[in-house]
Design a protein around this ligand. Structure first.
Ligand code: AP5
Ligand code: ZN
Length: 217
């Protein structure tokens, strides 16, 4: 499969993407996770990115496009396809992605938009717990880990993201509506745009995704 998952912070991109990855043996490229890996490693990019992420802004298009291009070209997991989560986030990123994929003769098949009202996102974001190494996410109430504050698979500790507070969320939502909504409009014009109601419980969202894929086989 070759697809992108769009939607505001907390829509469920990181919750659904691993399930798609398992179904298709594709790679799951989450640009937010990649940036957080840089933050953990304390690279120059990581230090710069942390400031931007904690302010709810966007890292430059050039850096993000190169990051994705590098993965698509070199990550062996992407041979069977890819799920892009959190990219493209600007129209420039979308245009560059299209350019890359046209060059490779493998265009996008689905641009899925996880649709949900902003009002529902505060509870999702402030209750989220993540396993930094894998990007797996849980929720204190909606999807609690089996063991308090520990990852189900590795048993390693779960953390809260530094941008997961109500204040930063407000800024992330402003950024989403200003810079990423035009990306949704961009794909609406292409015929591969597929909206899904992301306010449903996770199992229902997954069923809606399976319907999107059912046209493929
Ligand atoms: P990123 O990591 O992409 O963050 P985001 O887009 O804000 O999205 P989230 O990860 O917050 O939400 P999600 O949709 O994955 O939700 P999840 O499934 O975890 O980016 C972070 C930052 O990096 C950006 O702000 C920017 O600064 C920078 N960046 C990244 N990409 C960039 C780019 N391309 N260009 C420039 N800058 C970039 O779910 C959330 C919670 O809700 C979880 O606790 C989950 O358990 C729960 N949940 C999920 N689904 C449901 C459901 N159906 N019902 C109830 N609870 C649910
Ligand atoms: Zn995410």
């Amino acid at each position: 499969v070759r697809m992108i998952l769009m939607g505001p912070p907390g829509a469920g991109k990181g919750t659904q993407a691993p399930k798609i990855k398992d179904k298709y043996c594709a790679c799951h490229l989450a640009t937010g996770d990649m940036l957080r890996a840089q933050v953990t490693k304390k690279t120059a990019l990581g230090r710069e990115a942390k400031k931007i992420m904690d302010a709810g802004g966007l890292v430059s298009d050039e850096i993000m496009v190169n990051m994705i291009k590098n993965e698509l070209d070199n990550n062996a997991e992407c041979k069977n396809g890819f799920i892009l989560d959190g990219f493209p986030r600007t129209v420039t990123q979308a245009e560059k992605l299209d350019g890359m994929l046209v060059d490779s003769g493998k265009p996008l098949q689905h641009a899925v938009e996880l649709q949900i009202d902003d009002a529902l996102l505060v509870a999702r974001i402030t209750g989220r717990l993540v396993h930094p190494a894998s990007g797996r996410s849980y929720h204190k109430i909606f999807n609690p880990p089996k063991d308090d504050m520990k990852d189900d698979i590795t048993g390693e500790p779960l953390i809260q993201r530094s941008d997961d507070n109500a204040d930063t969320l407000k800024k992330r939502l402003v950024t989403y509506h200003q810079q990423t909504s035009p990306v949704v409009a961009y794909y609406q014009k292409t015929g591969i745009w597929k909206p899904i109601d992301a306010s449903q419980e996770p199992g229902q969202v997954w069923k809606s995704l399976l319907k999107v894929f059912s046209d493929d086989d």
